[in-house]
Each structure stands twice: as structure tokens, then as C-alpha cells.
Design a protein around this ligand. Structure first.
Ligand code: OGA
Ligand code: NI
Length: 324
């Protein structure tokens, strides 16, 4: 084994395509400031039904804030290890690799994450929030409140586009729903076709809003059985449909199957802001979306973090267990 080869626990025996060889996908770009007109709502619906993954512009996050939120995490990962250990990951929150579970697991991801509960306020555990760089907390707080609006605007438009009361999806996920942040850090790897930064998965969320690295590619989605690279569009955010929305919409919106690859020379960062149902709530398909032509596809499920981690690490999906 050459010194270039990653340690065995990271390695996928069947190597995948070298990231640079995959074609780029042309994702729909939706201007969400136009939503509420029937035409814009329908465009959003058809884009998300077809791709499960789109880009949004005019999302209300000023460019300085987008820049800042990417920057504060890059500054954090550049700190000495002992400084980062102050927010060390325990169970779910904090900075580090996913906790290792026992059993028949897929190879470990070539990445570390900083996971934080952002909203509601009382779910925040500030001991995991970096104090360095000093503006980290303020910037993530500000970005988080913008993300609440983005999630609500999209979920309302999707409900309207299906002729439902606009708060239908929001009512179903309970009050308050949970916003959490996942900052992803992917160090370079000399053999990017043998490892994954994040293994192929569907997000277990309602929606995920992803801020990509400004320069380094890595996000890939599967469409019609083929993998594609997702382009970097300056100022745009990526929206992924998660499994909870697939269940809520009785399969109208399919969760996007995606993964993150790593670069051979450059580190990459990204930040996902995730919407999850209230932890007390069981989520099932909206009744109006069940009919004779469109039978009930899913049982009700309750999102549970520890269960989700096990599913992820074994390559299984909660939605498959919910399927009727
Ligand atoms: C995620 C995710 C992709 C990326 O955080 O769930 O899929 O590009 N991230 O980092
Ligand atoms: Ni994801």
C-alpha cells in the first residue's frame, strides 16, 4: 500500500467514477421572490417533482451574509486542534466525525461535521457553538433566522401548488419545527475515487438548504440512474427534498439521492440548514393527497436522531420502512 492510500476504514472496494469525470447537471433555478403567483408556484412544484434538487435565487439572504457564514466555518476549521476540541462532538451535536456504531457498517466518511441545533432557541446548546471566530454565533444566528423564512416560503408555495391550504405542511410538522445546522468539512484526499465525503444518501429532513463551497465541487445527485455533478452558482442556494416531505406529500415530491465527493488537492466546506418536524410529532401523508388514484404510500413515522444515524451508516432508509 502506498503512503497515498487512505486507511482501510474509509475505502470503498468498488471505486466510483473519478469526480472530475462526471457530467454536470443543469438544475432548475427558481427565483423564490416570485412565489405566490400561481405560475411561479407551479414552476417550483414541477422542478422539485422532477429533480428533488433545485437552486434558488432571490432568497433574501444578502450576499455579505452568505459570504460570512461560509467564511466563519472556514476560519473555525483552520484553528488548532485543541481549540476545535472545545466544541468536540458528543452524540449528535458538536464538531467531529459521526460517532462509530457497532455492526455491519459502510466505510467511514472522509469528512468531519459541526452539528448544531439552531432553533428554537431553547434547543440550542451553546457549549457546542464555537467562540472563535468571535462573530460565529451572531452570523449563524442571523443566517438561521433567514432560513426559517426560506423554509416557510417554499413549504407554503408547495402546499398552494397542490391546492392545499398554504400552511398544510407547516401544520403537519408541528410547532415549533426544528432548524439545525450541519457544517461539513472535507479535507483533500489523494484518491477521491475510493472514498466518499458523504456516502450516497437521502436527507431525513423535510427540506435541506445547502450553501456550497464557492470554489470546490463535491455535491453530486442521482437522476434516472446516473450520477451528475451539481454546478456552483454564485449567490444561489441548493434545495434538497428530504424524506419527511416525500412522506408528507404522499410521494409527490421524491427525496433527492445525493452524495459528496472530495477533491484530491483542496479542502471543501459546505453548510446545510435542515428542517425537521417537532420531535413529538408523527408525520404521515396529508389526507387530501390520498385518493383512489393515489393510494396511501407511507405509514406515519417519528424522526429520531439515533435511529437515523444507524440507518445512514448502514446505507438503509427510514422511508423504506415506512412504505406500505
Ligand atoms: C448533507 C449533504 C452535501 C455537500 O449535508 O446532507 O448532502 O455538498 N451535503 O456537502
Ligand atoms: Ni445530504
Amino acid at each position: 500500500m502506498s503512503s497515498q492510500t487512505p486507511p482501510p476504514k474509509y475505502i470503498y472496494e468498488d471505486h466510483h467514477d473519478h469526480p472530475a469525470l462526471l457530467p454536470m447537471i443543469d438544475l432548475p433555478i427558481i427565483d423564490i421572490s416570485q412565489l405566490t403567483t400561481a405560475e411561479a408556484d407551479q414552476n417550483l412544484r414541477s422542478a422539485l417533482s422532477e429533480y428533488g434538487c433545485i437552486m434558488i435565487t432571490n432568497h433574501g439572504v444578502e450576499s455579505w451574509l452568505l459570504e460570512k457564514v461560509g467564511m466563519v466555518f472556514k476560519q473555525f476549521v483552520a484553528l488548532p486542534e485543541e481549540e476545535k476540541l472545545k466544541c468536540k462532538r458528543e452524540a449528535f451535536q458538536g464538531f467531529g466525525a459521526d460517532p462509530a456504531l457497532a455492526g455491519d457498517l459502510l466505510p467511514v466518511d472522509w469528512s468531519a461535521r459541526l452539528v448544531l441545533n439552531v432553533l428554537p432557541q431553547e434547543f440550542r446548546e451553546l457549549k457546542y457553538w464555537p467562540e472563535n471566530p468571535p462573530e460565529f454565533r451572531e452570523v449563524v444566528d442571523e443566517y438561521g433566522s433567514k432560513m426559517v423564512t426560506v423554509h416557510e416560503v417554499i413549504l407554503k408555495a408547495l402546499a398552494r401548488s397542490l391546492n392545499l391550504k398554504e400552511t398544510t405542511f407547516l401544520d403537519k410538522i408541528g410547532e415549533p419545527w426544528i432548524l439545525y445546522a450541519r457544517f461539513n468539512f472535507y479535507p483533500p484526499c489523494p484518491m477521491p475515487d475510493l472514498v466518499f465525503g458523504l456516502k450516497p444518501h437521502c436527507d431525513a429532513t423535510v427540506l435541506t438548504v445547502l450553501l456550497q463551497d464557492k470554489e470546490v465541487h463535491g455535491l453530486q445527485i442521482e437522476k434516472d440512474g446516473q450520477w451528475f455533478r451539481v454546478p456552483i452558482v454564485p449567490g444561489a442556494l441548493v434545495i434538497n427534498v428530504g424524506e419527511q416531505l416525500e412522506i408528507l406529500s404522499n410521494g409527490e415530491f421524491k427525496s433527492s439521492h445525493h452524495r459528496a465527493t472530495v477533491d484530491s488537492e483542496r479542502q471543501r466546506t459546505s453548510m446545510a440548514m435542515i428542517c425537521l418536524p417537532n420531535p413529538e410529532v408523527e408525520v404521515g401523508p396529508v389526507e387530501e393527497l390520498v385518493s383512489e388514484e393515489r393510494p396511501l404510500l407511507f405509514r406515519k413515522v417519528k424522526y429520531e436522531e439515533s435511529l437515523q444515524l444507524r440507518y445512514y451508516q448502514t446505507g438503509k432508509r427510514i422511508i423504506d420502512d415506512a412504505r406500505i
